[in-house]
Design a protein around this ligand. Structure first.
Ligand SMILES: *[C@@H]1O[C@H](CO)[C@@H](O)[C@H](O)[C@H]1NC(C)=O
Ligand SMILES: *[C@@H]1O[C@H](CO)[C@@H](O)[C@H](O)[C@H]1NC(C)=O
Ligand SMILES: *[C@@H]1O[C@H](CO)[C@@H](O)[C@H](O)[C@H]1NC(C)=O
Ligand SMILES: *[C@@H]1O[C@H](CO)[C@@H](O)[C@H](O)[C@H]1NC(C)=O
Ligand SMILES: *[C@@H]1O[C@H](CO)[C@@H](O)[C@H](O)[C@H]1NC(C)=O
Ligand SMILES: [Zn+2]
Length: 447
């Protein structure tokens, strides 16, 4: 008895030591959270002429700045600047007569504030349960995974959950196939929607899980469920996505290391890594840059998975959407040069139809969507997923920059207020419905 109790005491002591250690680590972790953003600021930049957009993009390249939202004549850009970049950045802007205003004066505090607000949102959020998804807050990787598992189990006749590969850090890259004919009817067109390639763009994955919901739990457009085969990948970059929840909130790339040359700067920008004019324009050779294109086309498992899906179904993909944020933009090929695409008229027509549906169904606080090719609207960049898809034969391919932090919103945090998540998902679905119906007509005509 005595011996046993002593042993138990020992166990209890060890356990509490571990607990103490864990507590201490949690304390250190929480305390030092977002420390890497101390002194960082973000700026709204008003570029109201094409000339100013060009100049701002040149400053971006020169100083290696990180853009949260791109510059456009009708939209303010949102730019992150590290402490050591700020003086030169402001000098450059002043010199060029470009107007700017502070968005967040102290990013570390804003992120801490966001965390506190997140903790305060105690509304029953189905986090980490295998239950249906809540759209009251941004979702952890585990929650989205659990949701897809739940759907696959509940709707086995129409859904299949595919694990395509393991990431650098060992996480599964997964997607759902939804089909009333089990993907066996090769005459059916395919719609492919992927999100979360850029880790920090938290509004992207929920717009994709919402599509899964609209094709399983809450079918209001049965014609679209029947007519198309759907491929839905909410998180193309799970390592990076998880890292933005538990590591650096503003991480954009994946988490890979390209030894030996970038052991201090992990990660590749997935949306610069596709094999289309790879690393020729709008990318950086520096692995520490947020737009590092990788050490070769398709060096990343995440982009290989997306490529493989496109290749496997290339003859029947009618519509491909890549979900990003933010800027309320519908961008189509080309990104890597200024030539008009072979399908420019249809890309523009369908893009405008999607934009109108988005706007009509979206919250008033967000601006209308602007439609055009990336190269004409924003800048040139090579290696994007939509250029790649379009180049190898996807007739309609779009990068959607979803709505973001609403301008003049009194929300003081850094992320888009979660109260808008659901509305963004609903309006995105309205856009997808219109896009799918247009794609159907064009696919029939064989264009
Ligand atoms: C940018 O500046 C222009 C010209 O001064 C002004 O008309 C416009 O409202 C500004 N845009 C934004 C988004 O603040
Ligand atoms: C979170 O809740 C606490 C306690 O109610 C409150 O004092 C604090 O201001 C709240 N923080 C935010 C950021 O809303
Ligand atoms: C996400 O990252 C956290 C912290 O590093 C880790 O504990 C957790 O297991 C990760 N989640 C997954 C699904 O790997
Ligand atoms: C990042 O890139 C590496 C290759 O350099 C790749 O192996 C890894 O899977 C990628 N991870 C993510 C999350 O993008
Ligand atoms: C632009 O890119 C497309 C697709 O890669 C190509 O067909 C076209 O020839 C390119 N234009 C120029 C001027 O290089
Ligand atoms: Zn993005």
């Amino acid at each position: 008895m005595r011996l046993l109790s002593r042993r138990m005491m020992g166990v209890i002591q060890i356990t509490s030591k571990i607990k103490l250690f864990v507590l201490a680590s949690i304390f250190v972790f929480t305390y030092s959270k977002h420390e890497e953003y101390a002194g960082w600021k973000s700026y709204y930049i008003n570029t109201s002429t094409v000339e100013q957009v060009k100049k701002l993009n040149a400053i971006r390249t020169k100083l290696g700045l990180d853009f949260l939202s791109p510059a456009h004549v009708k939209r303010e850009a949102l730019v992150l600047a590290k402490p050591e970049q700020q003086e030169e950045f402001k000098n450059n802007l002043d010199h060029l007569g470009i107007k700017y205003r502070i968005h967040v004066d102290d990013i570390k505090s804003a992120l801490d504030h966001d965390d506190e607000k997140k903790k305060n949102r105690t509304k029953a959020i189905a986090r980490d349960s295998g239950d249906k998804m809540s759209y009251d807050d941004y979702q952890h990787l585990e929650t989205i995974d659990a949701y897809m598992e739940y759907i696959a189990k509940e709707y086995p006749k129409t859904t299949t959950l595919v694990t395509a590969a393991q990431t650098f850090e060992g996480l599964p890259i997964r997607y759902m196939q939804i089909s009333t004919t089990n993907f066996k009817d090769n005459s059916k067109p395919v719609i492919f929607i992927e999100g979360g390639m850029h880790a920090r763009e938290w509004i992207s994955p929920p717009t994709v899980t919402w599509v899964i919901k609209k094709l399983t739990e809450d079918v209001t457009e049965p014609d679209l469920l029947n007519y198309f085969d759907w491929i839905l990948m909410p998180i193309a970059n799970p390592d990076g996505y998880n890292f933005t929840f538990f590591g650096r909130r503003l991480w954009r790339k994946n988490r890979s290391m390209n030894f030996p040359n970038d052991n201090f700067c992990p990660g590749v920008d997935g949306n610069r890594n596709f094999n289309i004019a790879w690393n020729t324009v709008g990318t950086e050779e520096d692995p520490c840059s947020g737009i590092y294109a990788g050490n070769g086309p398709f060096s990343e498992i995440e982009t290989q998975v997306v490529r493989n899906i496109i290749m496997e179904h290339i003859s029947r993909i009618a519509l491909y959407l890549s979900m990003h944020s933010f800027g309320s933009l519908i961008l189509h090929p080309w990104s890597h040069n200024l030539t008009l695409s072979y399908n420019y008229d249809n890309l523009a027509k369908v893009g405008h139809a999607i934009a109108n549906a988005f706007f009509e169904h979206g919250p008033d606080i967000f601006p209308p969507f602007i439609v055009g090719s990336t190269s004409e609207l924003l800048y040139l960049c090579s290696g994007s997923s939509t250029d790649y898809g379009h180049h190898i034969g996807v007739p309609l391919a779009y990068t959607i920059e979803l709505p973001g932090i609403a301008p003049n919103d009194d929300y003081t945090g850094f992320d888009m207020d979660p109260q808008y998540i659901k509305a963004v998902c609903e309006s995105t679905w309205a856009g997808i419905v219109v896009g799918a119906r247009k794609a159907k007509v064009l696919f029939r005509k064989g264009t």
